[in-house]
Design a protein around this ligand. Structure first.
Ligand SMILES: Nc1ncnc2c1ncn2[C@@H]1O[C@H](COP(=O)(O)OP(=O)(O)OP(=O)(O)O)[C@@H](O)[C@H]1O
Ligand SMILES: [Mg+2]
Ligand SMILES: [Zn+2]
Ligand SMILES: [Zn+2]
Length: 849
């Protein structure tokens, strides 16, 4: 039997698209049977048994059925090679050999050669394709004649408009006898001239006897060749545990010249699809969506995989032979170019996999724009956590037009539909990092089932997670960042390569950097700017400051090592310039958000990171964001001046700016009274100038207005008066500051208020969230003396500290270190300012808040 895992679990759960294939509309049981007969696949590493007899029987059944139903000509390679007629399965015909051990070098050479050849071919592929090929090194655009790639916003849409017939989407599609579903991994034809595209055997022959045979085969962990146990010298009785290397590879390692056995006369050497993929003659991709065009052709949108050789880092020693990377590059291709399924697994599943030659391992996503690696498990984790927070830039043709221009297959279950189409259309975007966070929020399908009111639209666009396309009030900063990056990339020796951005929370720092990077990306794509790597790290997400080395190294190479090793390797790369391989020529931009959190006791992390860019050989550019102005000076007083740090300050927004920001978000939505927006802006500007807070306040006010309108509309018809008014804003402000912790601060004792003010003051002064009890006591003492207040004494101070710790207003380090015990505020300094600023008993507190 074919390995059952190769098919989706239960065929019946998956409606199959039957139209356009000559199938009747009724699901005859035969037509849902798996159509791609899998000839027994030889084993991977451990025992793989061949059940040839069974397969032939099934093939016969399938084939006769196919000839009845499928009117299409079948160009599908494998089908012809293996299953078109039973006789093709016979060993005489399938005797295939495979190339001898492909060493890394050889594979690379081969690819290089192909690149050269390809660049001489005059036909140029269309845009999106050439972009994909730009990924690796300085690859010339590939020539694709058979793979018709479509620009994502291109043709498909136009066709839809011109032809009355509609585009139909599928979750599972039977095409040329193969069953393809969303999420399936497939081989895709690469080029017309790729030597033996018409034959992509699934079954590999024994490297020694050149037969498939029915006995157990074992795979060499080095050359991936398959061997019958009995053909080995000496023969093996059973599959050995752990790694196994064939005699040829063994000999090669010893430095001996050994030739692999030659195939018998008159037989062509045939490579399996796996071999072709790993040597760059085939592509692999993951299907993200499937549809039929109005003209009846079948298409799919795929996300490409690439082999290690195609990344900037090239094949590295840690890469497994069968390792490939998922990219963030999507293309629309015709189903005609899809050959058949393969199986790409995560490392865990891969270790257990035992399904033949078409198994690959994928642990990382490779960003083709930034040439950086992200672990897939991490991406999934993040996507799962903040599903709603994820912002997607919607390809204009993909989802939004679906109402008018596309029809979804009715058979699909409603719930799955949303998921599937969303994933299909956007997942590439969702899994990008950084940039994709800038874009418009995708409004969920179910929310579109009823017409949204203005208020609802307002609420949606005011969500913090909804990031605007434009950034009002930050044009100047954005230009400055762009100029800095361009200067640094072009690498004049005198230009600074470290940018330090600071400013209070919510002033658009993170957003502006990401928006600037997004603009630069398009310049790179257009060839105006030299390509560079981009690595994006957030201090908040690091378990410890030292972990940043690990994260950076992993992003640059797709390889995980401990932080010490990573530090050593990064040092080599950035300071010694020792391993000055080709890939290191490319400038690398390291963007560290929440830089404050990298502060360690000996400050070595910050030092190293700010020091690397000063080395002329490093090509490293660092952009760091923090809330305090002079973190580098404070921490590294002696060295920071030498570091050539370019500074950029993001001031708090004033009320006009906040007003502009809110209005630009609400552009075209008539849900707020003008005075309401102004009121909110003034309130927030007086407090902190934090756009995040202003947006949050307006959104809450819109919610409150919603309740208000609902409760009154039953009796009175409000007509178009359903708008947010000053009163709603006021209610939102009250609510925001009536939270329990604010109440506790407001109603606390004198000493409690002084304590908290000292905490805020301390934080502003040092730029660090953490302080020790001793330092805090000193600050309290100073505040008291300079404001004519009696210092309450240590005991009283400890008691207050304990109380604040118990109600979690501050966080205290556990243990009994007393004086050295660490303390930290559990709320933003804003909240404390708000609560204590106009305290009537202690008016002087306002000076420090
Ligand atoms: N100029 C602006 N235009 C539109 N929205 C803005 C602008 N500035 C800030 N925002 C909004 O405010 C929120 C906070 O912005 P951002 O995350 O960039 O702030 P930040 O300065 O990085 O804050 P923090 O220091 O807390 O990280 C974002 O959701 C963003 O949508
Ligand atoms: Mg930020
Ligand atoms: Zn053999
Ligand atoms: Zn071998």
């Amino acid at each position: 039997m074919p390995s059952p895992r190769l098919f989706k679990p239960s065929v019946n759960q998956w409606p199959i698209a039957l139209e356009g294939l000559g199938y009747g509309m009724t699901h005859s049981p035969a037509s849902i049977a798996p159509h791609t007969p899998r000839t027994a696949t030889p084993l991977r590493r451990s025992a793989r048994r061949l059940h040839l007899a069974l397969d032939v029987v099934e093939e016969k059944a399938t084939i006769s059925e196919e000839s009845n139903v499928s009117k299409r000509s079948r160009s599908n390679a494998k089908e012809q090679g293996i299953s078109a007629t039973p006789s093709k399965v016979n060993p005489a015909k399938t005797n295939r050999t495979r190339e001898a051990c492909d060493s890394t070098k050889k594979t690379r050479r081969k690819i290089d050669k192909e690149l050269k050849e390809a660049s001489f071919t005059p036909v140029s592929p269309d845009q999106s394709e050439s972009k994909r090929r730009k990924t690796g090194r300085n690859e010339p655009a590939k020539v694709i004649t058979r793979v018709r790639v479509k620009d994502q916003e291109g043709e498909a849409k136009k066709k839809c408009r011109d032809v009355p017939k509609k585009k139909v989407f599928y979750r599972v599609l039977v095409y040329d006898g193969g069953k393809f579903g969303i999420g399936d991994d497939v081989y895709v034809k690469r080029r017309e001239d790729a030597s033996s595209d018409d034959e992509d055997p699934e079954v590999e022959d024994c490297m020694i006897c050149f037969r498939v045979g029915t006995t157990i085969m074992i795979e060499c962990d080095d050359c991936l060749g398959g061997f019958h146990l009995k053909c080995l010298k000496p023969p093996l009785k059973e599959v050995p545990e752990g790694e196994w290397i064939c005699e040829f590879c063994e000999a090669k390692k010893m430095g001996k010249e050994i030739e692999f056995p030659k195939p018998p006369d008159g037989r062509k050497r045939t490579r399996t699809a796996r071999e072709k993929l790993l040597s760059g003659d085939l592509w692999a991709a993951r299907i993200e969506s499937l549809w039929r065009e109005a003209d009846g052709t079948f298409w799919c949108r795929v996300r490409w995989y690439i082999i290690p050789e195609e990344t900037t880092a090239g094949r590295q020693p840690h890469n497994l032979k069968r390792e490939i990377y998922l990219t963030n590059h999507l293309s629309d291709i015709e189903m005609e170019s899809v050959i058949r399924q393969c199986s790409v697994k995560n490392p865990k599943e891969y270790a257990k996999a035992n399904e033949g030659d078409d198994v690959f391992m994928c642990e990382y996503e490779y960003d083709i724009h930034w040439h950086s690696f992200k672990r897939l498990s991490e991406i999934e984790k993040n996507a799962g956590e903040d599903d709603n927070d994820e912002d997607w830039e919607i390809p204009k043709d993909a989802v939004l037009e679906s109402d008018e221009d596309m029809d979804y297959d009715e058979e699909r279950e409603k719930s799955l539909q949303t998921r599937a189409t969303e994933i299909a259309a956007n997942s590439g975007k969702a899994k990008f990092f950084g940039f994709q966070k800038i874009g418009t929020k995708r409004i969920p399908e179910h929310a579109r089932s009823h017409a949204q009111t203005e208020l609802e639209r307002a609420k949606a666009t005011l969500l913090l997670a909804t990031l605007p396309n434009s950034l009002p009030c930050r044009e100047k900063e954005m230009n400055e960042i762009t100029t800095f990056i361009k200067g640094a990339i072009h690498g004049d020796q005198c230009s600074e390569r470290c940018l330090y951005i600071h400013g209070v929370p919510g002033t658009g720092k993170t957003m502006t950097v990401l928006a600037a990077m997004r603009n630069l990306k398009s310049q790179v794509d257009d060839g105006i700017l030299k390509p560079y790597c981009f690595v994006d790290v957030n201090g908040l997400k690091l378990a410890s400051p030292e972990n940043i080395y690990k994260v950076i190294y992993e992003a640059l190479t797709g390889h995980r090592v401990n932080w010490k090793k990573a530090l050593q390797l990064l040092n080599e790369r950035f300071t010694d310039g020792a391993r000055n391989g080709k890939e290191h020529d490319r400038p690398c931009i390291l963007f560290i958000d929440e830089l404050d959190l990298l502060v360690t006791r000996n400050q070595s992390v910050l030092y190293n990171i700010l020091h690397w860019p000063t080395k002329s050989s490093s090509k490293l550019i660092v952009i760091g964001i923090a809330n305090t102005m002079d973190l580098p000076e404070k921490l590294l007083p002696k060295i920071s001046s030498r570091m050539g740090i370019h500074r950029l300050c993001f001031g708090p927004y004033n009320y006009q700016q906040l007003q502009e920001i809110i209005c630009s978000r609400l552009n075209g939505i008539d849900a707020f009274e003008k005075q309401a927006i102004e009121f909110a802006s003034r309130k927030v500007a007086a407090m902190s100038g934090d756009a995040r807070r202003a947006l949050e306040m307006c959104r809450r006010a819109a919610e409150i207005a919603g309740y208000r309108i609902k409760s009154t509309s039953e009796s009175v018809s409000l007509g178009d008066k359903a708008r947010v008014v000053m009163g709603d804003i006021d209610a939102a402000i009250q609510e925001m500051f009536q939270q329990p912790h604010i109440q506790v601060m407001k109603s606390g004792s004198r000493l409690c208020k002084i304590f908290l003010t000292a905490m805020v003051h301390e934080q502003h002064k040092t730029g660090m969230a953490e302080t020790t009890f001793e330092e805090l006591a000193a600050t309290v003492s100073r505040l008291c003396t300079s404001n004519g207040e009696a210092f309450p004494g240590w005991d009283a101070l400890i008691r207050v500290g304990c109380m604040l710790g118990e109600c979690r207003i501050i966080l205290c380090e556990p243990g009994s270190k007393h004086r050295l015990q660490k303390l930290q505020l559990n709320f933003s300094t804003d909240d404390i300012s708000f609560a204590l600023k106009d305290s009537s008993v202690l008016p002087w507190l306002a000076k420090y808040l």
